[in-house]
Design a protein around this ligand. Structure first.
Ligand code: GDP
Ligand code: IMO
Ligand code: MG
Length: 421
């Protein structure tokens, strides 16, 4: 399996958690490299549902090493809650390593996230309100605190006092309630003491692992069009969600990476604001009526649309995707005629890439081609040959339009509902 980067090729929630869980069987180590608890990765084992926010989805397979890399932003209190939640569900949280360089998310980040959204009014981003943007902002401004600061009790007490003082002034300017130092300190001290056992230099750990020839799986969070550089800015998250982020967020060099797997749904979804050219409320209604497409982190209904091959082709370009994992094929089972967006039209202009200018993207009208549906259930299919002919034709067509090899087809949330092509 070698060193594999797995990323979302759309707007997040592509089913990365499920595919990571499947691929972890052959991996030794699973590493999260960016994002924070804005992520929600769902894995079903039998009837049990697990939603992972900060801990790599590899934790559900015994004996696998899980790493939270330097590029992740960590809310320590929420991470402890996640660990306790897993323990309650009978999952052993062993072999977890957390980078000492990972930046911390504080309550003032969460509050600022909310306040900025209120200030933006109808132009809001629709963030998860987990404080992710302000935490990465502090990192870039060189005013952040890191895991290494948290586990050093004396150092932490001093720097936190200053941070609370400074941020309380900002919160007051927003008209928000200032934070109480003692309350924040107590919660973070407790979390820091719990997490200390896991904190280490993960760059060195991963260096030794790759030299040994271990198979490392890099678990992307969010998706290509939420990338801070390559996404639909400003309606993006604050980290590099594309494949390059796996290198900077882990300290494993690009020439140690062997391949990139792009996960995408057989249709398109997005949660939060921002343009979505192939959006289609009818598909959204259909999927929501089936109880599908509600956010794993915030519970918000996801916006839905037809498969956008312009976007996934663009994702192939910026991520260097070798192999495709197409999930949620079964979501299209009942549709008579399926549309695929193969180009954007903006006035007289035709575009075959996702424009960086958000105003231009908002004006883009999708150009569709149609495919006959298969109108029969696929969730019990276990091999390529068992898939209906029209489903196979559809999958081949979207892979060709995207420009990478079809590798996996997923027809349900369970491990066994996975077809290796
Ligand atoms: P992630 O953030 O990319 O890990 O994706 P989420 O977990 O947020 O959302 C994907 C949803 O689709 C979850 O509820 C998964 O259990 C579910 N899922 C993944 N693959 C399939 C599939 O092939 N079919 C169905 N029906 N559900 C799937
Ligand atoms: P996973 O890993 C889908 C979206 C938010 C919002 C924007 C910015 O489960 O695919 P943020 O809180 O990051 O500042 O919000 O990004 N967003 C996601 N959408 N899946 C995610 O993660 C997301 N994480 C953030 O909805 O539009
Ligand atoms: Mg998700």
């Amino acid at each position: 399996m070698a060193n594999t980067i797995l990323i979302g090729a759309q707007w997040g929630d592509e089913g990365k958690g499920k595919i990571i869980d499947v691929l972890t069987e052959k991996a030794d180590i699973v590493v999260r490299t960016q994002g924070g608890n804005n992520a929600g990765h769902t894995v079903y084992l039998g009837k049990k549902k697990y939603v992972l926010h900060l801990i790599p989805s590899g934790i559900l397979r015994r004996g696998k090493v899980c790493v939270i890399g330097n590029g992740v932003v960590i809310d320590p209190v929420s991470l402890v809650e996640e660990i306790d939640g897993l323990l309650k569900l009978g999952v052993r949280v062993k072999n977890l390593y957390i980078s000492e360089s990972a930046h911390l998310v504080f309550p003032y980040h969460r509050e600022l996230d909310s306040q900025r959204e209120i200030l933006k009014g109808k132009n809001k981003i629709g963030t998860t309100k987990r404080g992710i943007g302000p935490a990465y902002g502090d990192k870039a401004a060189r005013t952040g605190l890191r895991m290494i600061d948290l586990i050093n009790a004396e150092r932490f007490a001093g720097v936190l006092r200053l941070k609370i003082k400074e941020n309380n002034e900002i919160l007051k300017a927003f008209g928000a309630k200032p934070l109480n130092y003692a309350t924040v300190h107590k919660a973070y001290r407790e979390a820091g003491d719990r997490l200390k056992q896991y904190v280490t230099n993960t760059v060195v750990l991963l260096h030794h692992a790759t030299r040994r020839g271990d198979n490392v799986l890099f678990e992307g969070a969010q998706g290509t069009f939420l990338d801070i550089d390559h996404g639909t800015y400003p309606f993006v998250t604050s980290s590099n969600t594309t494949s390059g982020g796996a290198c900077t967020g882990s300290g494993v060099a690009p020439n140690r990476m062997d391949r990139v797997v792009g996960v995408m749904k057989a249709y398109t979804t997005r949660v939060g604001e921002g343009p979505l050219p192939s959006e289609n409320p009818e598909i959204a209604d259909m999927l929501h009526a089936m109880g599908r497409e509600f956010g794993a982190t915030t519970g918000r209904p996801r916006r839905c649309g037809w498969f956008d091959a312009v976007a996934t082709h663009h994702a192939c370009m910026v991520n260097g995707i070798d192999d495709l994992a197409v999930t949620n094929l079964d979501g299209l089972d009942t549709i008579e005629t399926i549309k695929v967006c193969v180009g954007y039209r903006a006035g007289l202009q035709r575009l075959d890439y996702v424009p960086a200018d958000i105003e231009l993207l908002a004006k883009c009208e999708p150009i569709y081609v149609e495919f006959p549906g298969w109108q029969q259930p696929t969730d019990k299919c276990r091999s390529w040959k068992q898939l209906p002919v029209n489903a196979r034709k559809y999958l081949k067509a979207i892979a060709k339009l995207t420009g990478a090899e079809l590798y996996i087809v997923s027809v349900g949330p369970a491990r066994e509902q996975t077809i290796f092509v």
